[in-house]
Design a protein around this ligand. Structure first.
Ligand code: AMP
Length: 192
């Protein structure tokens, strides 16, 4: 089984690369951002709560996102055969990383590696502003992008140290063409 986390700052290309990785390695792709946007589109109670946090560039509460992810693994894993999981946008706090250990243990799964896509801040902002012209996302505007980057540095970067201590952290340069970046990722994943 290949169970991986793809992480990096907003705009680092997690979603784009996850789509390529899941196809090549037949992994179940779970993006917590996509799961939340689906709740918002469905006008559920969870979606109504999440909407405000997302539009403000803040993280939704840990307990809420952990429950959403747990439920999504349960439902989607039963629907098809996969060679593992790719978690995109989770964990975003150390508390989520700790909770993930429990979610994996109860399913007899082991995390293979965390891939951290690294991109300079100026490029992240350019990419997100460009994406905002077509994404229709409430959080792809300059003011919210800056807040998301602050939250990333404060709450999500410490997650990297959590996995460095377990020797499961690998950084991948996230600039260049989509194919070049994917090539670097495959070089890492082919070792697992
Ligand atoms: P993303 O699509 O990964 O950029 O996520 C968009 C937004 O959804 C984030 O800015 C957060 O508000 C929320 N979100 C996504 N994943 C998480 C998570 N693991 N923990 C808390 N909030 C999250």
């Amino acid at each position: 089984m290949l169970n991986i986390i793809i992480c990096g700052a907003p705009g680092s290309g997690k979603g784009t690369q996850s789509a390529l990785i899941k196809d090549k390695y037949n992994l179940l792709h779970l993006s917590t951002g996509d799961l939340l946007r689906a709740e918002i589109a469905a006008k559920s109670e969870l979606g109504r709560i999440a909407e405000g946090y997302i539009a403000n560039g803040q993280l939704v509460p840990d307990e809420m996102i952990i429950n959403i992810l747990d439920k999504a693994i349960e439902e989607k894993e039963a629907a098809a055969q996969y060679n593992g999981l790719i978690l995109d946008g989770f964990p975003r706090t150390v508390a989520q990383a700790e909770a993930l250990e429990g979610l994996m243990q109860k399913r007899n799964k082991d995390l293979s590696v965390l891939l951290d896509l690294t991109v300079e801040e100026d490029e992240l902002i350019d990419r997100l502003i460009k994406r905002g012209q077509t994404s229709g996302r409430s959080d792809d505007n300059l003011e919210t992008i800056k807040k998301r980057l602050d939250v990333y540095h404060e709450k999500t970067e410490p997650v990297n140290d959590f996995y460095k201590k377990q020797n499961k952290y690998v950084s991948v340069e996230g600039t260049g063409t989509i194919e070049e970046i994917f090539g670097r990722i495959c070089e890492v994943l082919n070792k697992y």
